[in-house]
Write a protein that binds this ligand. Sequence first.
Ligand code: ADE
Length: 238
Amino acid sequence: MKVEIATLFPDFFSGPLQSSILRRAQQQQLLQVNLHNIRDYTHDKHRTADDRPFGGGPGMLLKPEPVFECVEALQPEPGTPVILASPRAPLFTQRDAIELSAYNRLIFVCGHYEGIDERVQQHLCTHVYSIGSYVLTGGELATLVMLDATVRMIPGVVGKADSVSQDSFMDGLLDCPHYTRPAEYRGWPVPDVLLGGHHAEIERWRHQQKLRATRQWRPDLWQNYPVSPQDEQLLEEE
Ligand code: ADE
């Protein structure tokens, strides 16, 4: 997958892109990331990328011209997603990560300052996502979050296909707890069922843990989860 990122702060990406799985994906040629500085597409001698909002109000906005010109210079093919990170957008979910992972090219646009001229979202971008109900200083962190979640869904990026398919959210539930050695640490034991080697019992326990965690912590997910009679029974157990 080729990923183009239009940003005022290309340096922001160097650490995350040179670490761990995103680094390995690039080494394995499953991922290529090109950073593009929006400021290179300004035309005045001060390289001005921001301006005051029409109608007044605090803060500065990213101007449309350098953003349009930066993205247009990448010559997106029809159908290539041009993705804007913005707090004023629907939430990015695992489903979106899976959908985006199927494309061979993605273009991300990072807003900064108090926001970005609305015409960028309306007439340049094909997708707009928020990563959560809080405001970040810019779209760079949100872009990295979406990129990371998307790239790990590309086949071959994460070692075992199983470790992806059993993730939180893949089945509409949070993941179950996981333990490794030692079987007892500082007096805290690993649940007995995991040590017994009884596969069906382990799966049952894991599913019960997923149901409980989702019901307790994520009522938004729980609301959409189709609880079966067996699930009801698992939830009633102490
Ligand atoms: N830019 C600033 N805050 C953001 C958020 N929560 N999600 C996506 N982009 C953002």
